[in-house]
Design a protein around this ligand. Structure first.
Ligand code: WT7
Length: 633
């Protein structure tokens, strides 16, 4: 599946556009199917209807596990590095991972799980998280992983939306010097969720937890039962290529997060192919993606993609800066990591520690580097290239989204000539177009516009859970017959793509996607708040910070205390990742005569660019702008 030269990439790319079905059929033949498809592709972007490999039967876990057993059963599948470097690391070979997945799949069955059920997973970054995910896939249950940084309320919203009947969690989890009381957060969430009948709790932190009779069971006890039953193997459920594999919630510009749905066949082919091709993964290489499985990057490029290719994937429980600023580099040296895939926000934060944190570290194992999550600034790119890659490792800047399932625009490591800040060229099978405001395609080079896709790819979302119309509205209605990404993009004179960031009301804070409307709703829950407007502003480490303009007319308390209360409210409603970095109290918001908040103006003020705010004469109360400008933080 890998191309070996730039010329070959160009040939393959051309073929993938001219004969997409034949192209993807050949790629799909590299995977294990119980039955092959009747038809490669059926689609329209109007409804939308997207069906890849219809009629084919498979189970993705047989591709991730069983098919490696004969030749590579003893190859490490997961190398797990604990939060605390003093704790022992763990290595799970493909055989061991297979056995544990089968065992836990039987635990799920014993607890009433069936094909098609939705199962919520809220766990720390331990191997059992990967095991839980794969065990769901093994029995055809649909997993909905919720990142450990989300609040009880966010979990409850997600559980209710997908009507999950089982939750898999742990007593607690570690991240740096923090301990997160996962089970207790789940208990708070479940007060609202009557659909949940079972909670399976892994022992990790040994923090005291409440266990409700009939509902809550310990992971370890349940595994023992399976062992006593001698019920160790679990045949893989036969899935249709278009059966749902998982739901993953992500934020948009309006309302509540939506459940992006991925299906078994296309997602498997797409993540496996893009992992293999973009990183040019070679057998034996050690690959380390620093993401959390709670995000799409972890789903596609810690779990599924690498495992379908028999790769060795390092999974890290902690954070790069704990217990010291050299932690990440120690992990790279400890496991002789060859491929390091991380995010610009992490790179900038590591860069800010200065060169001292790099002294004496051994980077010699590294051969390829990757970046994902937000546009990478040139300074960070060069630092990553020079200091970490020592000038000898190609950097693959992979542009993609929760909705795309896998890499879309990305260099092929060592093959595509790179340019700092550029995701470079579309991978084979990906057909990007830039359009103007009216949806008219902007052709040629040296242009910029809104980034869309004009042809489906196997890894794309199929729907948003329980609300197909919302999927149509969000992605396929802005420009007829195109998938709209929400990103702005420029294509330079060489045809290279550079993502310039979101053009909608979505923020990218430390690579986490946050909807401004969601944060506003949370802020407005605070009892003193009348209304608020949230925008992003450039932040040295996080990429974007959250700036909130808040109307709080009767501030009795100390304003600083009220700010803290508002921050606490947001953490309660959404989670710590959405906390505002700056809160400015204002007496009103700039609105048009029809009552629409003029975000453009607030964005400029937050960015500190108050010189040219544009035309403010159409505002309901133009004077408010001067007040806000004067009080800007
Ligand atoms: C948004 C998707 C896909 C994994 C992580 C984020 C931004 C992502 C890049 C990149 C510039 C990027 C886009 C995109 N983004 N990767 N390499 N260069 N921007 O997934 O949470 O679904 O967010 O992240 O704005 O739309 P996500």
């Amino acid at each position: 599946m890998q191309v070996k030269s730039f010329e070959e990439y160009q040939q393959v790319y051309r073929k993938s556009v001219e004969q997409p079905e034949q192209f993807w059929e050949e790629i799909a033949n590299n995977f294990l199917w119980k039955k092959k498809w009747d038809k490669v592709l059926d689609w329209n972007f109007k409804e939308p209807k997207i069906e890849w490999f219809k009629g084919a039967k498979l189970n993705i876990t047989e591709n991730c596990l069983d098919r490696h057993l004969e030749k590579n059963g003893d190859t490490p599948a997961i190398i797990w590095e604990p939060n605390d470097p003093a704790e022992d690391h763990r290595i799970l070979t493909y055989r061991q991972l297979h056995d544990k997945v089968c065992q836990f799949a039987n635990v799920l069955k014993n607890n009433g799980a069936k094909k098609g059920d939705r199962i919520c997973i809220y766990m720390p970054m331990v191997p059992e998280l990967a095991i839980a995910v794969l065990a769901c896939a093994r029995i055809g249950a649909i997993h909905s992983v919720v990142f450990g940084g989300f609040s009880a309320q966010s979990i409850a919203d997600r559980i209710k939306d997908a009507e999950c009947n089982i939750v898999i969690t742990a007593d607690g989890g570690y991240r740096g010097n923090k301990e997160i009381p996962l089970k207790s957060i789940i208990d708070d969430a479940l007060v609202q969720c009557s659909s949940v009948k079972k909670v399976i709790v892994l022992t990790r932190s040994r923090t005291p937890v409440s266990m409700i009779k009939g509902r809550d069971v310990w992971w370890e006890d349940e595994v023992k039962k399976v062992e006593t039953q001698g019920n160790l193997d679990c045949p893989a459920e036969e899935m249709d290529a278009e059966d749902m594999l998982f739901v993953l919630y992500t934020s948009g510009s309006t309302g509540k997060p939506k459940g992006v749905v991925h299906t078994c066949g296309g997602y498997m082919v797409y993540t496996g192919y893009t992992f293999s091709n973009a990183f040019r993964y070679q057998p034996g290489e050690v690959y380390f993606c620093t993401a959390d499985i709670g995000w799409i990057t972890g789903h596609s490029y810690i779990a599924y993609g690498p495992l379908t290719q028999g790769a060795t994937s390092v999974m890290f429980e902690g954070i790069p800066s704990w217990p010291n600023q050299g932690r990440l580099w120690d992990i790279v040296a400890k496991y002789k990591v060859n491929i390091l895939y991380t995010a610009p926000t992490a790179i900038r934060s590591l860069m800010s520690f200065g060169d001292d944190a790099l002294k004496g570290k051994d980077f010699s194992s590294l051969t390829k580097l990757g970046s994902v999550g937000e546009p990478i600034n040139e300074e960070a790119w060069h630092w990553f290239n020079d200091k970490i890659g020592q000038g000898k490792c190609p950097i693959v800047d992979t542009w993609w989204q929760t909705e795309t399932g896998g890499f879309m625009i990305s260099p092929i490591a060592g093959i595509t000539p790179t340019k700092p800040g550029y995701a470079t060229l579309p991978l084979p099978g990906v057909q990007p177009v830039l359009v103007d405001e009216n949806g008219k395609e902007i052709e040629g080079n040296g242009v910029s516009g809104n980034l869309c896709m004009k042809f489906p790819w196997p890894g794309m979302l199929r729907t948003t859970y329980g609300d197909h119309e919302r999927c149509r509205q969000t992605y396929f209605a802005t420009y007829p017959n195109l998938y709209f990404t929400g990103d702005g993009c420029l294509r330079d004179e060489d045809g290279y793509y550079r993502i310039t960031g979101r053009v909608d009301d979505v923020l990218n804070v430390s690579g986490h996607r946050i909807g401004t409307a969601e944060v506003e709703n949370a802020i407005n829950m605070h009892s003193s708040v009348v209304e608020s407007a949230v925008v992003g502003y450039p932040h040295d480490i996080k990429g974007q910070g959250v700036y909130a303009f808040v109307v709080c007319p009767n501030l009795h308390d100390d304003p600083e205390l009220t700010k803290k209360d508002i921050i606490m409210t947001v953490a309660r409603i959404i989670g710590a990742i959405a906390k505002p970095d700056k809160i400015q109290f204002v007496s009103g918001l700039p609105k048009t005569r029809s009552g629409k908040i003029m975000r453009r103006i607030l964005r400029k003020i937050a960015e500190g660019d108050t010189a040219n705010l544009g035309d403010t004469s159409t505002l309901l109360d133009p004077a408010i702008v001067d007040e806000i400008k004067a009080g800007a933080l």
